[in-house]
Ligand binder design. Structure first.
Ligand code: B12
Ligand code: SF4
Ligand code: SF4
Length: 295
């Protein structure tokens, strides 16, 4: 089935990085060690029909989000603008609705981040990039600063050729990583600063030491900042990511808020999903002076 009309519709929404993936993804020879924050833990990560019964393919879309760094930022770039989940979902739902209008017998469902699927792998199979040694999906134009979304469909769309490109294997990501996540040659989420800033509860002294190696209080960008594939990437063309930027979070603004006020103020921010207590914990560990009289 000709996929050009779908790609043209995506282009009319300002989405240039669009590809088609098949309904099954190749499974790795060995099951990877999977982070507890991932919804998919086993073979369901590679089977799109488990998410949409009768699924024949997926329209996979990248949402670039790069912006120039700003002085004093303490939030990871991916959570500095309004939460990407609803933004991406709105685009995907528009695409799904358009497909439903044009092929009324078809069914569609949108996924972004929270699905059981291996979304990076989905983007590789749709020809949108390759996975670098830093584990990130790297696109030829936008580097790794892209979110991945997809519309699963029952339409028999012809898959695009997978991207079999490779990163430069320059070793920069392993060198700068505060958690030394790549020391065994394979990424280990347990010491990843991004994971630790999202892990609830009391952290171990060695985990606190990792957090303190760099200044971000939520997420981590070290293995992307250093990557040569990100050296000259364009600023995001997605208008929703260019407004309402908040690059810094302070204990002063968080501390007085009730949980309800916190939800009202930050509910639309990707850094808020683990709650206020966790953010204050991270701020207390990384910027203790700002909390001196408050905790
Ligand atoms: C859990 C999770 C995390 C965890 C664990 C990350 C991890 N690397 O495992 C934590 C909280 C640490 C995290 C951090 C980040 N995350 Co995250 N995360 C997820 C989530 C929900 C699941 C990922 C997962 O299953 N991990 C387990 C590992 C084993 O699987 P994987 O990441 O898919 O990678 C495997 C495949 O790509 C496969 N593979 C690669 N090439 C090939 C080739 C073949 C042939 C085969 C068979 C397999 C294969 O091998 C990899 C390792 O096994 C996904 C959304 C989703 N549903 O996929 C988002 C997702 C991966 N995260 C995303 C983002 C943006 C980030 C951060 C950049 C945020 C930040 N700035 O802090 C960092 C990056 C850290 C890093 N270096 O990976 C984006 C990735 C965008 C991109 N361009 O890569 C995703 C896709 C969300 C989205 N929809 O946009 N994340
Ligand atoms: S920093 Fe170097 S080794 Fe790491 S992903 Fe980028 S090109 Fe590959
Ligand atoms: S996100 Fe940070 S801690 Fe995690 S692998 Fe990348 S550089 Fe290492």
């Amino acid at each position: 089935m000709d996929t050009r009309p779908i790609k043209e519709f995506c282009l009319s929404l300002g989405l240039t990085e669009v590809g088609i993936a098949p309904n099954h993804l190749p499974e790795p020879k060995e099951q990877p060690d999977i982070c507890p924050l991932a919804a998919g833990k086993g073979p369901e990560r590679y089977d799109l029909t488990g998410v949409l019964p009768g699924c024949r393919a997926a329209v996979v879309v990248l949402f670039p989000y790069y912006q120039e760094p700003v002085a004093g930022e303490n939030l990871s770039l991916y959570c500095q603008f309004p939460d990407y989940h609803p933004v991406v979902r709105r685009y995907l739902e528009k695409i799904g609705a358009w497909m439903g209008q044009n092929w009324p017998e078809s069914r569609q469902t949108a996924i972004v981040d929270t699905s059981v699927l291996a979304e990076r792998q989905l983007a590789v199979e749709a020809g949108l990039g390759f996975v670098g040694d830093n584990e990130c999906l790297i696109n030829g134009t936008y580097g790794s600063y892209c979110f991945i979304g997809a519309v699963l469909t029952t339409l028999p769309l012809e898959p695009d050729a997978p991207d079999r490109g490779e990163c430069h294997h320059c070793g920069a990501c392993a060198q700068v990583c505060p958690g030394e996540c790549y020391r065994s040659g394979l990424y280990d989420y347990r010491t990843c600063k991004s994971y630790l800033t999202q892990k609830k509860g009391e952290l171990l002294p060695e985990e606190i030491a990792i957090l303190r190696k760099t200044s971000l209080v939520f997420g981590c960008d070290e293995c992307q900042r250093c990557c040569p594939h990100n050296a000259r990437v364009p600023v995001t063309p997605i208008p929703e990511f260019r407004h309402g930027r908040q690059a810094r979070l302070t204990a002063e603004e968080l501390e007085p808020l009730t949980n309800r006020q916190f939800k009202e103020t930050y509910g639309q921010r990707a850094f808020a999903w683990r709650g206020k207590k966790l953010l204050l914990r991270n701020l207390a560990l990384l910027e203790p002076d700002s909390l001196k009289d408050k905790l």
